[in-house]
Design a protein around this ligand. Structure first.
Ligand SMILES: C[S@@+](CC[C@H](N)C(=O)[O-])C[C@H]1O[C@@H](n2cnc3c(N)ncnc32)[C@H](O)[C@@H]1O
Length: 185
């Protein structure tokens, strides 16, 4: 059973349904058990591959701007279950896991030379982390690229949206938990 830990998955469903990736990649930062990635992979069309980025390892880290550091349930056992659940997608070449942090991914990954059609931001929820990710992916976006931010009320989303407007992104939809932006120019 592939579960999620948030809400507004119907928003993710709506903005990925038959979304044409034009051969570019999709990505989810923060995979956990995999519901976000499953929705993306099941819905988009013409996707090169979906990249999940998650270190697992039950890391202790600061989750929000105003909290201390603590661990959750993001264990390596959870990763192994997710990998088993995603075996059909992996066998079809639709999914690859970058078992690393967002920072490692942005610095080291082979994917740094790629373009992305769709990104779900659901890893660290501190403003500085989401901002860094957003700019990194904005520099690897194309016309029509969609970004979905989970838990957007927990960080300084207006500031992130303002920076992304410089890259041609506009807010397209908002739920209680997720905010959708699209590159329109
Ligand atoms: C809120 S959960 C993701 C939920 C998932 N997207 C879903 O829809 O069910 C957050 C995930 O972010 C991962 N994470 C924590 N720090 C991270 C980092 N620096 N880079 C990438 N992922 C990170 C955690 O291991 C955890 O699996």
């Amino acid at each position: 059973m592939i579960r999620g830990d948030s809400s507004d998955y119907e928003l993710l469903d709506k903005w990925t349904k038959n979304f044409d990736c034009n051969g570019y990649k999709t990505c989810e930062i923060g995979v956990r058990e995999g519901l976000g990635s499953k929705i993306i992979m099941d819905n988009v069309v013409n996707n090169y591959i979906h990249v999940g980025v998650d270190p697992y390892g039950n890391l202790e880290y600061q989750h929000y701007d105003n909290t201390g550091a603590y661990t959750c349930d993001y264990t390596d056992e959870m990763r192994d279950t997710m990998l088993k659940d995603f075996l059909p997608y992996r066998n079809q070449g639709k999914f690859t896991l970058c078992n690393m942090t967002d920072t490692q991914f942005m610095n080291d990954s082979e994917h740094r030379h790629s373009k992305f059609a769709f990104v779900h931001f659901d890893g660290p929820h501190m403003t500085k982390d989401v901002m860094t990710e957003a700019i990194w992916f904005a520099n690897r976006s194309v016309n029509g690229t969609r970004f979905v931010f989970d838990d957007y009320t927990k960080y300084r989303m207006p500031m992130i949206a303002q920076v992304l407007s410089l890259y041609g992104f506009e807010v397209k939809d908002q739920g209680t938990n997720k905010c959708v932006m699209e590159k329109v120019k």
